[in-house]
Ligand binder design. Structure first.
Ligand code: F6P
Length: 364
């Protein structure tokens, strides 16, 4: 019988549960078995109780929960060929040769490496007597589909990644809360948000929260940013604003590559502008909590599409993202390669190129 494995890997993201639920139920509806691989790739490496069948009821009520109920990990063993071979062995022993992997670019890269190595690992496992020739004949290749679960919205080829919208809501609520206390005291606040190399959360939350200024990796300011920020903030104060809010992406830097930290910004506000300034680092609050409606339906939609892909897709492995609110498939290899190229372009100062390559046009 056909068996699909589903796992979540890397940093958790709200909406991952909706994707898992969709995979399980779409799989059952299509007449196949779906196995949960618990604790991310670590579960595939550990095998046994970490790989279990999932029923329709097993995924009841999980959609409204944050995080991922099947667990996730950033798995070191999976980065070694030996670890991946063990994962192949455990998958074969469970009769699984189709996978839906929900994770960020690192997890999806690892998935593609495993898929590529699969036939070689099978040969080795047969040679060592760990699986039978019949096992090998029944599972000659691995069929995979990737879903991008990450609050960062940093993947090339999809308008949104699962979790981004929920995180954006959480950040916006936090900025709203900060705005009221800031205005009461006529204070300035620096809010640091997550996003790794991607400024999507910072920029969108700055706009949605009505912030005064934002620092994002894709638009690094010149070394004289102090003056520019001061001018913009003073203008707002002179126009009657009772507070100033500056959003800093965790990956922000100036054009010379010097990091712009929340504390560095606070110092400028306090020492150079004489403001009563505070820092709030939102941290993992941004990643936890209930998924937004968008993340629930979007993850459900791509989850169903991923099942179709691993059952009926007759092409190289795909990532299923969204374009104009519809599922959008792209080559896993290309998506991962282009996403790496964006990070390199940003690191090397080729910002326009990075933004054009990323594909969603949030910085114009
Ligand atoms: O990729 C998601 C993310 O939350 C990033 O925004 C952040 O840089 C990173 O993960 C934090 O990782 P960890 O949870 O392992 O500290």
């Amino acid at each position: 019988s056909v068996r699909i494995g589903v796992l979540t890997s890397g940093g958790d993201a709200p909406g991952m549960n909706a994707a898992v639920r969709a995979v399980v139920r779409a799989g059952i509806t299509a007449g196949v078995e779906v196995y949960g691989i618990y604790e991310g790739w670590q579960g595939a490496v550990d095998g046994g109780r970490f790989i279990r069948p999932m029923s329709w009821e097993d995924v009841s009520g999980i959609m409204i929960q944050g995080g991922t109920v099947i667990g996730t990990a950033r798995c070191a063993a999976f980065r070694t060929p030996e670890g991946r071979r063990t994962a192949v062995l455990n998958l074969i022993l469970a009769g699984i040769d189709r996978l839906v992997v929900i994770g960020g670019d690192g997890s999806l890269t690892g998935t593609d490496v495993l898929r590529d190595e699969w036939p070689d690992h099978i040969d080795a496992l047969v040679a060592w007597g760990q699986i039978t020739a019949q096992d090998a004949a029944e599972h000659p290749t691995l069929r995979v589909a990737g879903l991008v679960g990450s609050i960062d919205n940093d993947m090339v080829g999809t308008d949104m990644t699962i979790g981004t919208d929920s995180a954006l809501h959480r950040i916006t609520e936090a900025i709203d809360a900060i705005a009221s206390t800031a205005a009461s005291h006529q204070r300035s606040f620096v809010v640091e948000v997550m996003g790794r190399h991607c400024g999507y959360l910072a920029l969108m939350s700055a706009i949605a929260g009505g912030a005064d200024y934002a620092f994002i990796p894709e638009r690094p300011p010149a070394a004289d940013w102090h003056e520019h920020m001061a001018t913009v903030l003073r203008r707002a104060r002179n126009a009657g604003r009772r507070s100033s809010i500056v959003v800093v992406a965790e990956g922000a830097a100036d054009r010379e590559g010097n990091p712009i930290t929340a504390d560095a910004v606070r110092k400028v506000l306090a020492d150079e502008m004489g403001e009563d300034a505070r820092v709030t680092i939102l941290g993992h609050v941004q990643r936890g909590g209930v998924p937004s409606a968008y993340d629930r339906w979007m993850a459900s939609m791509v989850g169903c599409a991923a099942v179709d892909e691993v059952l009926y897709g007759d092409r190289e492995p795909q990532v299923i993202g969204v374009r104009a609110n519809r599922p959008h498939a792209m080559s896993l290899l290309e998506a991962v390669k282009d996403t790496k190229a964006v990070a390199t372009s940003i690191a090397e100062g080729r910002y326009e190129e990075a933004m054009a390559a990323r594909g969603h046009s949030f910085v114009q």
